[in-house]
Design a binder for this molecule. Structure first.
Ligand code: A2P
Length: 300
């Protein structure tokens, strides 16, 4: 399985990252240190997670040179107005204790009105180009190396890429799991579109998130594959994601699981098909969707 993917910038992004959403203060730093000791070189963070300072301190303490670690953060919905982008980025940089990010994503295709936590700016939501231009400027200034989006469906990406972009989105980070495998993003004509546009997907909640991880680990097909290959069910899922051609962002604050999740292995074609079919044979469910409360249907 690939340990990295190459982005249009030429940068190599590690295929397995540590996710730190809902990794609490007091435990996230140890999780990052364990991950770095295990061999992870990719941490997926965001301004809104509220743990950038602890993550940054742990990276520093690891002693691993900055240029050997891939750090992602994300622009929160409150800061989409062009004049708010750079201050928000600067805050993430200073909390993380670094002068550049490897990747900066628009966290959600939703802009809140200035100073508000939930009032939608519909104009900027439907047309994120002004926000994007500012992100391009951040690349030119050297504050970020790569830029992308998160939670964007194809219509919203095309809405953005219809503009005369200097830099195309390199990444779309979305929920991908057994519960919500989103084959339309991966396998059909849309997938071709993603490939043609060199848009790499990243899988968040790859184990079904805290809500459904227990259930995920009990899926008979996955248990059978795990047994056959001498893997754990979590390793089967994480391997499956990389084999699907995406970056995968499993979250854990438990040292043994952090180590477990880094051991991926190619599934034989029949096992891969079995899991792919099982994931597609039920009604898809989104395990995480804060956008339900935002007064805009971002999935349309
Ligand atoms: P914890 O952080 O307490 O170790 P996802 O990556 O899909 O968001 O899932 C995260 C959830 O899955 C967390 O509750 C995490 O618990 C749990 N988890 C992560 N890795 C494993 C694993 N290898 N086995 C069992 N549970 C896991």
């Amino acid at each position: 399985l690939p340990t990295h993917y190459t982005l249009p910038s030429g940068d190599k992004i590690p295929s397995v990252a540590l996710g730190v959403w809902r990794a609490s203060p007091g435990e996230v730093g140890n999780a990052v240190k364990t991950a770095l000791q295990t061999g992870y070189r990719h941490i997926d963070d965001a301004w809104i997670y509220g743990n950038e300072a602890e993550v940054g301190a742990a990276i520093k303490e690891s002693g691993i040179p900055r240029d050997q670690i891939w750090i992602t953060s994300k622009l929160w919905n409150t800061f989409h107005k062009p004049e708010d982008v750079e201050p928000a980025l600067d805050e993430s940089l200073s909390r993380l204790g670094t002068n550049y990010l490897d990747l900066y994503l628009i966290h959600w295709p939703v802009a809140f009105k200035k100073g508000s936590q939930n009032v939608v700016d519909h104009e900027l939501t439907e047309n994120p180009y002004p926000t994007w231009k500012k992100l391009e400027e951040m690349v030119e200034k050297g504050k970020v190396k790569n830029i992308g989006v998160s939670n964007f469906n194809i219509r919203r990406i095309q809405n953005l890429t219809a503009n005369p972009l200097k830099i195309k989105p390199a990444i779309n980070q979305v929920e991908l799991s057994y519960w919500n495998p989103q084959p339309e993003l991966l396998q059909d004509s849309s997938f071709k579109w993603s490939k043609e546009n060199e848009l790499l997907l990243e899988a968040y909640s790859p184990l079904g998130s805290a809500q459904k991880v227990k259930e995920s680990l009990q899926i008979p097909e996955v248990k059978a594959i795990a047994h056959e290959l001498g893997l754990t069910p979590a390793q089967v899922y994480i391997s499956w994601h990389v084999q699907r051609g995406t970056v995968v962002l499993p979250k854990s604050v438990t040292p043994s699981r952090i180590q477990e999740n880094f051991q991926v292995k190619a599934l034989p074609p029949n096992a891969f098909e079995k899991l792919e079919n099982a994931a597609r044979s039920h009604k898809p469910v989104r395990t995480v969707d804060p956008s339900k409360n935002w007064g805009v249907d971002i999935w349309n």
